[in-house]
Design a protein around this ligand. Structure first.
Ligand code: URP
Ligand code: ZN
Ligand code: ZN
Ligand code: ZN
Length: 467
């Protein structure tokens, strides 16, 4: 049965343009855009009309970095695919790309199968996977080719976490060479984990055990060094590179230098690095644990370089690295030893709003908001134009956004399955009103109307910046 929805009277904002247009949605896809007063648009009949007067009509957000149910540090991220994707929908995100994990001693296939099993029939919005390589060897290198063929076209490697996810430079070089050959994009967690582990050991031996020391031992210079090394290894391999969760000004400088040379090097940052700082990590009574993630939050002075990078396109994407752990019972595992605090922050619900606030605050333009939150992540990870824009033929993943609504972020009102908000009490101008996922209303004027299992797995194309 053909279903038709018309969204009338809004300002359609994409990365490319802003136009007053009515949008016709037919059978889950955008069928047409037309001027509101045109006879063409006036002639559309529909099962449902959404009034978007004084609202923005924007593409659903694409969050290219989430960790639902990730086992980490003896516990598991507290959002399941069901709760996490529902929260994402509330926040105007309609696609996530989550990280399937290869465990040491096991195949990529086993890891990917396990993540498919966790996500299948549970997601409220569409989802795709990257693969974390924890054990680069002949077998896993061969498997990379197969995964690219199945739409898992990006692979995360870690220069940090020795003994867990860590790859040495030789393994990294081999994986990059393989990616260069098969079209897979290498994503790098760029921190010198070997050096960091020495500093962790020394800090703990000296009784520096509070959360704030997490930020002190994971030094900006060790992020910059690893970023530099990753770039050089990628050059040697002839491979493109995407650096995840960039937080240090010095790391942005490495990316800028590489891009000025014309190298296919890309960077992602996250809202926590743009809005939070080491001041949060230093909060008393172990509250700082709420802000422990890696790369760590930096002194406030780093934020200007991140905003600048987002404006100059030296950073292309803002993802959340959503990896929530409850304060009670999870973050608390690290009382008396910051190295045992599970790493990660909640945020999948907050990203679109925080970046809209950045528009209000004058850091970025409205179109740049859509670029870094929707279009660029979709292009980077082979989802465009199905996802990331509004045009005839694209999936009708559409958010009606009220740019004037006022809200206060809080754990009391958010929908993520975690007992605190990293942005508790933060005032935001702007709020998601209605969300369509492939034409189905999943949020209807701030009521959840979606369902677990609506979300479909998406096999991705390779990075579209390299076409
Ligand atoms: O602290 C973080 N970022 N936790 C998630 C794992 C990762 O490194 O992305
Ligand atoms: Zn196995
Ligand atoms: Zn990481
Ligand atoms: Zn992550």
């Amino acid at each position: 049965m053909m279903s038709r929805t018309v969204i009338r009277g809004g300002l359609v904002v994409t990365a490319a343009e802003e136009t007053r247009a009515d949008v016709l949605v037919e059978d889950g896809r955008v069928a047409a855009l037309a001027a509101p007063d045109s006879a063409y648009a006036q002639g559309w009949t529909a099962d449902r009309t959404i009034d978007a007067t004084d609202k923005y009509v924007i593409p659903g957000g694409v969050d290219a970095h989430t960790h639902m149910e990730l086992p980490f540090g003896g516990t598991s991220a507290s959002d399941t695919f069901e709760t996490g994707t529902r929260a994402a929908a509330w926040g105007g995100t309609t696609t996530i790309v989550d990280f399937a994990v290869q465990s040491v001693g096991h195949s990529l296939r086993e890891g990917l199968d396990a993540w498919h099993a966790k996500a299948a029939d549970r997601c409220a919005i569409d989802y795709a996977f990257h693969m974390i390589l924890s054990d680069v060897n002949e077998g896993s290198l061969k498997e990379m080719d197969l995964l690219v063929g199945e739409g898992v076209t990006s692979f995360k490697l870690f220069m940090a976490y020795p003994g867990v996810f860590y790859s040495d430079d030789g393994q990294i070089l081999r994986a990059m060479q393989r990616g260069a050959a098969n079209g897979g994009l290498i994503m790098m967690h760029a921190e010198n984990g070997i050096a960091i582990d020495v500093l962790v050991e020394q800090a703990l031996a000296e009784g520096r055990t509070d959360p704030r020391y997490h930020g002190e031992v994971r030094k900006a210079l060790l992020e910059a060094e690893a970023t530099h090394r990753a770039i050089q290894l990628a050059r040697v391999a002839g491979a493109p590179l995407y650096v995840v969760h960039v937080s240090a000004e010095e790391a942005v400088a490495e990316l800028t230098q590489a891009r000025d040379k014309g190298l296919p090097v890309f960077g992602e940052t996250c809202p926590q690095y743009l809005f939070l700082s080491t001041d949060n990590l230093a909060e008393p009574d172990f509250e700082g644990a709420k802000y422990v993630c890696s790369t760590p939050l930096r002194p406030r002075e780093h934020q200007a370089a991140l905003w600048r990078g987002l404006r100059t396109n030296d950073l292309q994407v803002v993802s959340t690295d959503h990896c929530p752990f409850c304060f009670a019972g999870q973050k608390e595992l690290g009382r008396g030893d910051f190295s045992k605090i599970p790493n990660g922050l909640p945020g999948v619900e907050n990203r679109m709003d925080l970046l809209h606030q950045a528009v209000v605050d004058g850091h970025i333009s409205r179109r740049r908001w859509i670029e870094i939150a929707c279009a660029a992540p979709a292009r980077m990870f082979g989802l465009y134009p199905k996802k990331g824009t509004i045009a005839p033929g694209t999936d009708a993943d559409i958010v009606v956004y009220d740019p004037r609504a006022e809200q206060t972020m809080s754990a009391e009102t958010h929908h993520m399955n975690v007992d605190y908000s990293a942005y508790e009490g933060k005032r935001i101008t702007g709020q998601v009103e209605t969300v369509l996922s492939r034409g189905e209303t999943v949020i209807d004027r701030r009521r959840f109307t979606g369902r677990a299992g609506h979300g479909q797995y998406i096999a991705r194309d390779t990075c579209q910046y390299l076409d």
